[in-house]
Design a binder for this molecule. Structure first.
Ligand SMILES: [Ca+2]
Length: 307
């Protein structure tokens, strides 16, 4: 009877009840829900707020996250529901002028909105060589050929003066087989040479290197830097603002190039000018009409076996 009377007084005069023991957590939570106040912030370093129970999108914080005078539980954002990257968006309190709010399938917790940027992402191009062996140029022209040599996949051949680079693919047959496949990749940038082979072997500037020593950075001209790192068992050699070469240690090489190189590269992967019909050019810029002439024109001199 006494407790009921006390609760009624508290409901009418809530400011009298701060710190007043009401006998059970449920009535405390009830009050904190009805009378939210500055004190309803989780203590310690917990970034949350105190509520009678945590709504969808929030979780009860750790045991260190407590509420003043046991006023409810400390609710923190559920990181699983604070992510709408599957919709290509980011969870925010409010979407900005360049954002659009995602639909019903794009949900964020804790009252946040899934905001999807309207800005068009910077375009990227990629070319690749895989397996036994199939290539796709930066302009998406596909071709296959056999050959037991090293070939220039991509090099700088634009008008602008820039740091020299060249990416080569080595084709070899497995265990003496005549059929060749993508076997290894060499990246030359400025004076540095990064050789990547089977089982993710890597030789940097003629020194056998352990994958455990990655990431590595190498200084090149004009104080620029090459980054060499291992991401999900794929070796990445990145020349910032230019390209990123990815080698899976077995039979797949993929090269992403940045807009600065569009139209300024040549090699097996073409010139990246959005026109797939002009990709079969030799080193002199002459357009060739068959795969053999084209690929032979990009052989690294002296690299062929059984030739
Ligand atoms: Ca082209």
């Amino acid at each position: 009877m006494m407790k009921s009377l006390q609760l009624l007084v508290c409901l009418l005069l809530s400011h009298l009840c701060v710190g007043t023991p009401l006998g059970n957590a449920k009535s405390n939570s009830f009050l904190s829900e009805i009378f939210p106040r500055a004190a309803d912030v989780c203590t310690n370093v917990c970034d949350g707020s105190c509520k009678s129970e945590c709504p969808i999108g929030e979780l009860v914080g750790s045991t260190e996250c407590t509420c003043k005078n046991n006023r409810g539980v400390c609710c923190i954002t559920d990181p699983q529901i604070d992510d709408c990257s599957d919709c290509g968006g980011v969870c925010k309190r409010a979407c900005g002028p360049n954002d659009v709010e995602g639909g019903a399938a794009c949900e964020c917790g804790n009252g946040k909105k899934c905001c999807i940027s309207l800005e068009v992402p910077e375009p990227t191009k990629d070319g690749s060589g895989r397996g036994d062996p199939h290539y796709r140029t930066f302009d998406s022209k596909k071709f296959s050929f056999q050959g037991n040599c090293s070939y220039i996949l991509m090099k700088n051949c634009g008008p602008r003066k820039s740091t020299a680079f060249q990416v080569e693919v080595i084709q070899r047959g497995r265990d003496g087989e005549e059929v060749t496949r993508v076997w290894a990749v060499t990246v030359r940038i400025d004076r540095h040479i990064i050789e990547m082979g089977q089982n993710n072997s890597i030789i940097i500037d003629k020194k056998v290197t352990s994958l455990d020593s990655l990431p590595r950075s190498l200084i090149i001209a004009d104080s620029n830097v090459i980054h060499i790192k291992l991401i999900d068992d794929v070796i990445n050699v990145e020349m910032p603002s230019r390209f990123n070469v990815m080698w899976d240690g077995d039979r797949f090489v993929d090269i992403h190039i940045e807009p600065l190189l569009y139209g300024n590269v040549c090699g097996l992967l073409g010139n990246a000018d959005d026109d797939p019909t002009n990709d079969f050019k030799d080193a002199n810029g002459k357009l060739l009409d068959n795969v053999d002439d084209f690929t032979n024109s990009w052989i690294v001199p002296g690299s062929c076996k059984n030739h």
